[in-house]
Each structure stands twice: as C-alpha cells, then as structure tokens.
Ligand binder design. Structure first.
Ligand SMILES: [Zn+2]
Ligand SMILES: [Zn+2]
Length: 256
C-alpha cells in the first residue's frame, strides 16, 4: 500500500472499522513510514480531543451559562484572529502527537491488530470445533495439553463458569488448534445456545470488550491473568459481552 491509499483508510482505521487484512496492511505500512505514522497519530489525537470536548459539552448543556462560557472561550484573545488561534492549536496538537504519540500509537495499533486477528481465529475455532466438529487436528484433553505445553490448560480443567442470570452448563473441555493457534476450549451451553470460552497466549484488553471481527458470531475479548480469552456465540452481542464480564475475574483467579 502506498501513502495515499493508507491515508484514505486513516479514519476507518482509527475507528477500528477496517477488515483484518486491511488493518494488517496499514500496520505494515505504518511500521516503515514515519510520515504516515505521524499523520495517523495526529488524527487520532484530534479525534480524542474532539470526543472529550463533546462529552464535556453534553455534560454542561443543561446549564444556562454554558452558551456564554463557550462563546467566551472561543473568542480570540485581543489581536489574534480566530483562524490563527485555530492554526496554533492544530500545530500544538500535531507537535504533541509527534513527540509522544508516534511510537505509542504504533505499538497500540500492532497489539490491536493482533487481538483482532486472534478474535477471528477464536470465532473460527468455535465454528469448526464446537459447532461443526470439523478441525484438521483432533482436540486433546486439557491434561495432555498441560503436560505438553504447560500454559493455562491444567487450570482450565477445573474452571467453573459462574451463573450469569441463569446457570451455564459445561458441555465439553479440551485443547484444540485452529489456524495455527492452540486454544484451551470450554464449550458451554447458555440458555440453550452453544458458547465457546477460548483461552490462548496473548495480551487481552484492559476490560472485556466486543470485537467486530466476524459477522456470524459475537466475540468478546477479555484478559485472564497473563492470557487472552474470548467468548464466542451466536446470541446477541450484549449477552456475549455480559458473559465475558462475568467470567473475567473468576477466570483470572483460576489462571493466576
Ligand atoms: Zn506512508
Ligand atoms: Zn475446541
């Protein structure tokens, strides 16, 4: 991808709306192109600032003096034109982004893209293992996986999912491989629906969150001790996220 096409994707990339492949192409370009990195970091910083400003505006809205405050804060000081105030604000934002944002932004983009790819593999595992029994390699027991690979497998053998509104049944536990990724896999039944809890090596998000990697399934990612876990199911996304939130703490304690 060249600079021009990468920049056309910038806003969608920052909003995490691109397909996994495109995201990875953009990340590859950003790894080698400092100018685009700076451009992306600047745009994200501006977006974050606008969001914060907008959030504050909504908070302040009911107050009758808000409009007056806003007008006062937008009024250019003395001899400066509004345009030059804006221009220096943009320059300041860009400067901050260059100084602080570039490297960090790239790191975040990389780990974000890894998480999105893993989420898609988790959805593939759910579909091909739990739903269709269609894996290239037969699943092995968690005990065997623990002896061969260490990792989270032994602890998963005794993880009891907490009830979330209603009780959740364990249908099956094992370790399986999909698309080159080994997962600890607990197949659950939640109100009659098949749900997968999949645990693998990697860094999870700070708080459970929905991933948008797959159209057929809702996928939520969560951090579990030093591992990343996914809840995948065909129920509505709110329920999948709720399960992920309910599992996060007990699973972290179990795997710690
Ligand atoms: Zn470039
Ligand atoms: Zn499996």
């Amino acid at each position: 991808m060249d600079c021009r096409s990468v920049r056309e994707f910038a806003d969608a990339f920052i909003a995490e709306q691109l397909l996994v492949e495109t995201t990875q192409q953009v990340v590859r370009h950003l790894e080698t192109c400092e100018e685009c990195r700076t451009e992306f970091a600047t745009r994200r910083l501006l977006r974050d600032r606008l969001r914060t400003a907008f959030g504050r505006a909504v908070e302040l809205e009911p107050r009758p003096d808000f409009a007056a405050q806003l007008a006062a804060s937008l009024r250019p000081p003395q001899n400066l034109s509004r345009r030059s105030v804006l221009r220096s604000w943009w320059a300041l934002a860009a400067g901050v982004a260059v100084a602080a944002g570039g490297g960090e932004f790239l790191r975040e983009a990389r780990s974000r893209s890894r998480l999105t790819a893993l989420a898609r593999q988790a959805a593939g595992d759910h579909q091909n293992c739990a739903v269709k029994f269609n894996l290239a390699e037969r699943p092995i027991s968690l005990g065997v996986a623990a002896r061969r690979y260490g990792g989270p497998y032994a602890a998963l053998a005794s993880f009891v999912p907490p009830p979330v509104g209603s009780s959740i049944e364990v249908a099956e536990r094992h370790s399986c491989v999909y698309d080159g990724v080994r997962f600890g896999h607990i197949v659950l039944r939640d109100q009659g629906a098949l749900v997968s809890l999949l645990v693998t090596k990697g860094a999870g998000p700070a708080a459970p969150q929905l991933e948008s990697a797959d159209r057929e399934y809702a996928i939520a990612s969560l951090r579990a001790a030093g591992f990343v876990a996914f809840v995948v199911g065909s129920m509505d996304a709110a329920r999948v996220l709720r399960l992920a939130q309910a599992f996060a703490d007990p699973l972290s304690r179990q795997l710690a």
